[in-house]
Design a protein around this ligand. Structure first.
Ligand SMILES: [Zn+2]
Length: 308
């Protein structure tokens, strides 16, 4: 059995997958547990190892794939993360989990994992090359080419959120969580949109309610969401000038606003993109909350295929 795991700041999901020739299919329920985030890395590894034992039943574990919050270095150590999980930065997740479960382990960033699944069996299936962006609390991204995921030298390939775009002066001065200025994450992530609405109205609302206001015809709320979508579309155009991929997959909680949001991303993308990449398809993610888990399992399975 191959195990796929998605480690987030609040929740961990674990499922078993069965290999059938080239296919990998989920063979168990998805088990979810609260992340022991205040207790840190060793407690998380223990909780994950317990969940793996429950999920596998009597089957031996051939390999484990993990998609996790944070930047994952080449050796599977977390090299950068928010403070959502105590002590996560510097934690050697790959080696600690391999010791705990007694099987080979692959670890990548959660958006990287989700992109692997979207490329193989979701919105990017059949495409030669794909760029994914996940717009939520932050803006993550991933690049999947014909020969697979580009992790990058430091594990940060596809970091669309930290591309600089030209912004009006009031937004250009807003600091990105990474410390930079002018980054699309600062103005187009969920918290970025909430901040823009607050600065325009004096009212602090969660994005869900900003969206509800937009649906009721609140022009300011509509404008905040539309502008966020446009900033994202322009950043994607810059990214695809460098990459020239065929499909751009847009996922994450903000993208769940739906087709009105996506249409605005697409329009801004086409206006800003150079000829050639302007023809790339901009489509919604298809695999939902299980994408990272599934992509992680696909990467885990490759550890076994390599040694078959
Ligand atoms: Zn940034």
């Amino acid at each position: 059995m191959i195990i796929g795991i998605d480690i987030g700041g609040t929740k961990i999901a674990v499922a078993g997958f069965a290999r059938d020739g080239d296919r990998l299919e989920r063979a168990t329920e998805v088990r979810t547990l609260a992340t022991p985030s205040r207790a840190g890395g060793p407690a998380i590894v223990q909780a994950v190892a317990d969940a793996v034992r429950d999920v596998r039943g009597g089957d031996p574990v051939e390999a484990v794939g993990v998609g996790t919050a944070g930047v994952v270095g080449p050796d599977g150590t977390i090299t950068s993360a928010t403070d959502a999980i105590a002590g996560w930065v510097g934690f050697p997740l790959r080696s600690a989990l391999a010791d705990a479960v007694g099987a080979p382990v692959a670890v990548v960033n959660d958006v990287h994992a989700a992109a692997v699944a979207e490329a193989e069996r979701g919105a990017g299936a059949g495409a030669q090359a794909m760029l994914m962006v996940a717009v939520g609390t932050g803006i993550g991204g991933a690049v999947v080419l014909a020969d697979g995921l580009r992790r990058g030298v430091t594990g940060t390939a596809g970091s669309i959120g930290h591309m600089e775009i030209s912004l009006p002066p009031n937004l250009a001065e807003r600091r990105c969580p990474c410390g930079g200025f002018g980054h699309v994450e600062a103005v187009a992530s969920g918290p970025g949109l909430e901040q823009t609405y607050l600065e325009g109205t004096g009212v602090r609302l969660p994005l869900r309610e900003v969206h509800a206001a937009a649906l009721r015809g609140d022009a300011r709320a509509e404008g905040v969401i539309r502008d966020g979508a446009r900033y994202l579309g322009r950043a994607l155009a810059s990214a695809n000038a460098a990459l020239d991929v065929e499909v751009i997959v847009v996922g994450g909680g903000v993208a769940e606003i739906g087709e009105t949001y996506l249409a605005e991303v697409r329009r801004a993308y086409r206006e800003a993109a150079m000829a050639g990449p302007a023809a790339a398809r901009v489509v919604p993610a298809e695999l939902g909350v299980d994408a990272a888990l599934t992509g992680a399992a696909l990467l885990g399975a490759r550890l076994v295929e390599r040694s078959d």
